[in-house]
Design a protein around this ligand. Sequence first.
Ligand code: KG4
Ligand code: ZN
Length: 358
Amino acid sequence: MIVLGIESSCDDTAAAVVVDGREIRSNVASSQAELHARYGGIVPELASRSHIQQIVPVVRAALSAADLALPEIDAIAVTSGPGLAGSLIVGLNMAKGLAIASGKTLIGVNHLQGHAYAGWLYDSSSGDPTPGAPEELHGFPLLCLVVSGGHTDLALLKAHGEFERVGRTRDDAAGEAFDKAARLMGLGYPGGPVIQKIAERGGPSDPLPRAWIPGTWDFSFSGLKTAVLHRARAEGIYPAPEEGPDSEAVAALARSFQEAVADVIATKTARAAEEFGVQGIVIGGGVAANSALREALSDRASVPVMSPPPALCTDNGAMIAAAAFHYLERGDRSGVDLDVTPGLTIEEAPSTPTAASI
Ligand code: KG4
Ligand code: ZN
């Protein structure tokens, strides 16, 4: 089954062609990071305007890189939530238009479930032998850790498409914490990649507090953000002095921050895997690209950890097409009345299948 996946929930306009939920034929993305960098975060109006400009060329590029025309595609998948309403609408209307014009099946996808399904993807042009799918290698249930700019969720995947959330952040998402900490250190947006780079410079780290929230699988990062603010003030990093902050002090703070986030997430995820008796852990979302987190998790976990390559951790169209394959396999379809659901959680179906299926 050949699926075109479209993603526009946040600040990446992306489209991809994926075969049978696993084999990437093309994966194209246009990032808006530069557009939002000067504001230190995403400006929703600018995001939707940029999606409008990028969506047609990005979808065209994905089809042409896969060497396919629309009639050769079996279904059109699109993120319908969660995300920014104005951004989601652009991808959704593109997908609806294509589905109506071509008579192809339309399917709405839960973005967070998409992040989990990035663990199933492989690139057919890489020359590597086809890897086994997580459920073929290890069986169900699997534990999914989705750590992105807007969400931090731990969910059990009991069977394809059947997610049960067991933990979540009570305040900031892990990616949001990276972005806010980076802003305090004057490092720009998005914060994750730049903090990782600076933290790699080495130097001693001075432990920051960790919120363990015992007895739950929930997370909290707002206290850590406050601790970063206090440390940044004490070290003369924030507000930034005219000559700029001491780069060694910034590197040490970046490292201490990253260690605190990686430690809590990896430790709680590994413990949850034991508690729920899962066969493996699948990670996804922008923060899952973080090398310190990946290392900490593989050190602590007693079951196999499947980590998509960093490029597939951040938002992309391939993960949307991958999740859609499993929805379609069980007979789900979306109708022309498919709408955006900005507040969708990882457990929820992206849309109620209706009789008005295309
Ligand atoms: O999944 P994603 O691309 O978009 C959302 O659905 O939110 O995640 C974006 C988030 C940003 O907060 C960014 O700072 C973070 O992922 N991120 C990272 C890394 N790469 C991206 N955080 C830590 N380390 C990284 N290497
Ligand atoms: Zn995402």
